[in-house]
Design a protein around this ligand. Structure first.
Ligand code: NAD
Ligand code: TYD
Length: 340
């Protein structure tokens, strides 16, 4: 099987490519990535010379780049490429619409023309909006996105659905909860907290810190996508999550504890506008129909992730470039008293 993976230089995409090359020695992976600030081909340095792996530098919103990728006659598309950070979507929504909506439509169009066997759209629980104290998102929960990021992902999901209904393109949409694990860009809560805590810097916690996320280890996520590629029924949506709800403040405290750092590094800052209060996934369809079970418990997965960042400082130090520092200044400058 030949897979076109978009956004393979990103966090989940790079872990997924490694999973596929290790699990299926005869599969070929073509990685289409721009890359943006969030893409880092160093995350794939261990497989860059693998005979079944190749990278194409290109933009998913550029039809010529996308056609080049499809000319290599791929069987399955796994579409990760996106602008993926909510806070950045509040600062600059336009690029989210362009990449996540226009880029997805461009890929769908070539997937249709080239007659691929399956198009897997990697989406998010955030398309469902927010939950109160109880209940879980199911695949039938109405889409009520609250941020420009989640609205752009919901729009992309609807285009994926439309290409299935209108043109018969065999598609699946997967919607996962928050991922954590190695190679995550340190704009997201867990790697940002680990790196700042390692350096003894203050940790910005939005609002009261009691928002809840349902954390999923990236390896469990990759195994779920693998099952959807091979056994997902065309046109179906699959939620991915492992009933692992944590408040942000407890996640941050757990990381500080792992690193023997004091809780007084925690710094409550102004809340994110439109901040979703709680996410929780019902993944019973994936478990029942495709036999998925998560295998990594959060305490162990988080401890291993902390260790990974401790032992890969060369990877994240190179990521902390001028652009990253200017982002921190815009996002947190006034709120962290200049402690960037
Ligand atoms: P990421 O930001 O780490 O990586 C995104 C990748 O897409 C990067 O390699 C980037 O270079 C590439 N990219 C961006 N714009 C591109 C363009 N125009 N053309 C080609 N490549 C482009 O993201 P991630 O965390 O790995 O997320 C992957 C997917 O999973 C996204 O679609 C995201 O919406 C979804 N998702 C992520 C999470 C999470 O917790 N990280 C949760 C739910 C859903
Ligand atoms: P994030 O990792 O950005 O993922 P998402 O917004 O997609 O859920 O944030 C996870 C949670 O952590 C979210 O409720 C916002 C919160 N958060 C902070 O409190 N401080 C921070 O510096 C960041 C980046 C996030």
């Amino acid at each position: 099987m030949k897979l076109l993976v978009t956004g393979g230089a990103g966090f989940i995409g790079s872990n997924f490519i490694r999973h596929i090359l290790q699990t299926y020695p005869d599969y070929v992976v073509v990685n289409l990535d721009k890359p943006t600030y969030a893409g880092n081909l160093e995350s794939l340095s261990d497989v860059e010379n693998h005979p079944n792996y190749r990278v194409i530098f290109g933009d998913i919103t550029n039809p010529a780049d996308v056609e080049t990728a499809f000319q290599s006659r791929v069987d399955v598309v796994v579409h990760f490429a996106a602008e993926s950070h909510v806070d950045k979507s509040i600062l600059n929504p336009g690029v989210f619409v362009h990449t996540n909506v226009v880029g997805t439509q461009c890929l769908l169009e070539y997937a249709r023309r080239y007659g691929v066997q399956k198009f897997v759209q990697i989406s998010t629980d955030e398309v469902y909006g927010t939950l109160g104290q109880t209940g879980n998102f199911t695949e039938d929960t109405p889409l009520q996105p609250n941020s420009p990021y989640s609205a752009s992902k919901a729009s992309a999901d609807l285009l994926v659905r439309a290409y299935h209904e209108t043109f018969g393109l065999p598609v699946n949409i997967t919607r996962c909860s928050n991922n954590y694990g190695p190679y995550q860009f340190p704009e997201k809560l867990i790697p940002l907290t680990i790196i700042r805590a390692m350096n003894g810097q203050s940790i910005p916690v939005y609002g009261d810190g009691l928002q809840i996320r349902d954390w999923l280890h990236v390896d469990d996520h990759c195994r779920a996508i693998d099952l959807v590629i091979h056994h997902g029924v065309a046109g179906e949506i699959y939620n991915i999550g492992c009933n692992n709800e944590w408040t942000n403040i407890d996640v941050v405290k757990q990381i500080l504890h792992e690193l023997n750092q004091p809780d007084d590094l925690i710094h409550f800052v102004k809340d994110r506008p439109g901040h979703d209060r709680r996410y929780a996934m019902d993944a019973s369809k994936l478990k029942r129909d495709l036999g998925w079970t998560p295998s990594i418990g959060f305490e162990k997965g988080l401890a291993d992730t902390v260790q990974w960042y401790l032992h890969h400082d060369a990877w994240w130090k190179r990521v902390l470039t001028g652009e990253y520092r200017s982002y921190l200044a815009v996002q947190y400058g006034e709120r962290l008293d200049g402690q960037l």
